[in-house]
Design a protein around this ligand. Structure first.
Ligand code: CDV
Length: 357
């Protein structure tokens, strides 16, 4: 039986460091309305959507730095978020939105939430796990910094998949299923979703954690530089035009490969364009299917809505055949993954081993 939903990635074009918060939120409201007018039931916004990607700047003044964060234990009451959440409720649409979070204890996280418009509540919160970049700025004054390690702690919520009510009318519920989820009933309940933020998408561990919970849709907001040799690789392109192509290539590579290997759809929303005149960011917002094909993608680096209807039933093919985890995973061979962080190379060979006998 088809399990179709209409989803959207809301790409934001350039946002400068002095762009007023209200101006960005107004743009997001326009994108949300456009997505809904095209039938979207879910709209995914980028990482730190409400501000410029401020970790590129060294900001020492605590008050200035704090102005880039949303505060409070109840994020639905954050004045900036509240405007978006209220509108999502009014339009009866779900949204996922990224922002910098300052907890009541003063900790900083790179966070996103999933808000159900119909239920008028936050269903899930995720904090970026793989925090890239550096604590100190690069010595090279022309380098593009990414001071995320200065401003954010690694997320402490893990990769927790969640079910989303209200999107599929015929979803099996606890009361109608007659028992807990079982193999026979996999893929019959409300959609299973997961969120990750930007750099997380490059780590297969992020995806597998969701894959093992039967995820059907992964949402990713991102700010990815077009050209940033100090941060990414000085082996690659030597200019911005080639850099953008390479960055888009890697972006698509990880979305396609991981969507395929975990038999799930993914929705990726960029902040794109040239922030503050000197920070080019890739576009490439897209919706990828569970066979690793792009279903819809942005054509610009401006504000743009990308919409696609996806049938979650299609993801059953991978989940039940080539990537049927129940039958084919070999956990006895994977022990190194949860027990070791960095690389440990095998011992050096001795010269004797290379001599012919
Ligand atoms: N915002 C990010 O996490 N950006 C990273 C950069 C460091 C490459 C990314 O993975 O796109």
């Amino acid at each position: 039986m088809a399990r179709k939903i209409v989803v959207a990635a809301a790409q934001l074009g350039a946002v400068h460091i002095d762009t007023p918060r209200k101006a960005v939120i107004d743009r997001m409201l326009v994108l949300m309305k456009e997505a809904v007018s095209k039938g979207a039931q879910l709209v995914v916004f980028p990482e730190t959507a409400l501000t410029t990607f401020f970790p590129r700047f060294l900001i020492d003044d605590k008050e200035v730095l704090d102005s880039f964060f949303e505060h409070g234990a109840d994020l639905t009451q954050s004045p900036n978020l509240k405007i978006l959440l209220d509108e999502a409720h009014r339009l009866d649409v779900d949204i996922s939105v990224g922002f910098a979070e300052r907890t009541p204890e003063g900790k900083g996280f790179n966070t996103c939430i999933y808000y159900s418009g119909s239920q008028s509540r936050i269903l899930s919160k995720y904090r970026k796990t793989h925090v890239p970049g550096t604590f100190e700025p690069f010595p090279n004054p022309d380098a593009i910094n990414q001071l995320e390690k200065r401003y954010f702690e690694p997320g402490n919520l893990g990769f927790k998949a969640f079910r989303v009510p209200g999107l599929l009318p015929d979803a099996l519920k606890k009361e109608t299923a007659g028992g807990p989820p079982s193999r026979e009933l996999e893929g019959k309940g409300d959609p299973i979703m997961g969120m990750m933020i930007c750099n997380d998408r490059r780590w297969p561990e992020s995806w597998r954690c969701y894959g093992l919970q039967g995820v059907e849709v992964v949402m990713v907001g991102y700010n990815t530089p077009s050209f940033s040799p100090d941060l990414v690789s000085s082996l690659g392109p030597k200019n911005e035009v080639d850099g953008e192509k390479e960055a888009l290539y890697h972006h698509q590579l990880v979305l396609k490969a991981n969507s395929y290997m975990n038999s799930c759809f993914s929705i990726a929303a960029a902040r794109a364009g040239r922030d503050d005149g000197k920070y080019p960011l890739i576009g490439g917002s897209c919706i990828v299917d569970s066979e690793g094909h792009i279903r819809a993608e942005s054509k610009t680096t401006d504000d743009e809505v990308v919409v696609a209807e996806i049938d979650l039933e299609e993801a059953r093919q991978g989940k039940e055949k080539l990537f049927d985890f129940h039958r084919h995973r070999r956990i006895e061979a994977y022990g190194i993954i949860p027990s070791q962080t960095g690389v440990v190379e095998p011992p050096f060979l001795s010269q004797k081993e290379e001599l012919p006998n």
